[in-house]
Design a protein around this ligand. Structure first.
Ligand code: ADP
Ligand code: MG
Length: 234
C-alpha cells in the first residue's frame, strides 16, 4: 500500500514537473521565434536582437538545469574535497553585474572553516540561487551579507542575510514547493533546487524572515569526513 502511494505521488510529481517545463520554456521560445521571424523579414543584422535571443536561450538553459537537478539530484555531481570560501567568492563575481546595476552592497565575512565534501557545480548553484533571490528582494541601495561560520558539531554555516522585502509567515512553509513564485519571471524552482542539493549533501537549509525587514537563510553543511561517512553508509 505504502509503495503504491509513493508511486502515485512520484507520478503526479513527474506530471507536474513535465507540465512545468513545457509551460516555462514556451515563453522564451516564443520570444526567440518572434525575434528570428523579424530577422528573417527585415534581413537586417541587429545587435540588440541577438542579445535578446541569447538572453532568452540562457533562460531556457537555466530552466532545464533546474529541472534536471530536481529530477536527478546526482547529475553532474562529482563529489570532492572543497573549500567554501573561493566558491562563495566565485558566485559573488557571477552576480556582480546584477548587484552593481541595482547598487546593492554585497559583503562577505568569513571564519576559517573546515573543508567540506561535495559537488562544486551544485553548491555554486545553491549560492547563486540564494544570492539572486536576495538581490531581487532588496530595494536599490539594499545590503546583503554572506557569512561563512563555524557551526556546532563540526558543521559549517553559510548564511545569506538581506534587508529586503521579507516573506510573510504563512508563506515561509510554502517555500520550496514547486512553482511558488511572487515574481513575474520567476520559476518558483530555485529554492526547491537548493533544498534538493543540500539534502544530497547531507545538510540543512533554514529560513528566518520578517516582512519588510529582511531574510536570513542558513545553509548548514557537515564537514568533509562526516558527509563522506554518511554517504558511504547509504
Ligand atoms: P523564484 O526566485 O523563481 O521566484 P525561488 O524558489 O527562488 O523562485 O523563490 C520562491 C519565492 O520565495 C520567491 O518568488 C519569493 O517570493 C520568495 N523568496 C525567496 N528568497 C527570498 C528573499 N531573500 N527575500 C524575500 N523573498 C524571497
Ligand atoms: Mg529564485
Amino acid at each position: 500500500m505504502d509503495d503504491l502511494i509513493r508511486k502515485s505521488d512520484k507520478l503526479s510529481m513527474v506530471a507536474q514537473l513535465a507540465a512545468g517545463v513545457a509551460h516555462e520554456i514556451r515563453n522564451p521560445l516564443t520570444a526567440i521565434k518572434g525575434f528570428l521571424q523579424l530577422f528573417q523579414r527585415e534581413r537586417e543584422f541587429n545587435e540588440q536582437f541577438l542579445e535578446l535571443v541569447m538572453e532568452e536561450l540562457e533562460r531556457v538553459e537555466g530552466i532545464i538545469y533546474e529541472y534536471l537537478t530536481l529530477a536527478k539530484p546526482n547529475h553532474e555531481s562529482t563529489f570532492q574535497t572543497l573549500k567554501l570560501q573561493p566558491i562563495v567568492q566565485k558566485v559573488m563575481t557571477l552576480v556582480e553585474t546584477q548587484s552593481i546595476m541595482k547598487n546593492v552592497q554585497v559583503d562577505f565575512e568569513f571564519e576559517d572553516v573546515p573543508t567540506i565534501y561535495g559537488s562544486e557545480k551544485q553548491l555554486k548553484q545553491v549560492f547563486l540561487n540564494l544570492l539572486r533571490n536576495a538581490i531581487e528582494a532588496v530595494e536599490e541601495n539594499g545590503e546583503i551579507t554572506i557569512r561563512l561560520l563555524n557551526h556546532p558539531e563540526n558543521q559549517i554555516c553559510i548564511q545569506i542575510e538581506d534587508n529586503g522585502c521579507g516573506i510573510p509567515k504563512e508563506r515561509i512553509e510554502r517555500l520550496g514547493e514547486p512553482f511558488y513564485s511572487t515574481k513575474e519571471k520567476g520559476t518558483g524552482l530555485g529554492l526547491m533546487v537548493c533544498y534538493k542539493i543540500i539534502e544530497h549533501h547531507e545538510g540543512l537549509v533554514t529560513i528566518h524572515s520578517e516582512l519588510g525587514r529582511g531574510t536570513k537563510i542558513d545553509v548548514i553543511l557537515p564537514e568533509y569526513s562526516r558527509t563522506k561517512q554518511l554517504l558511504q553508509q547509504k
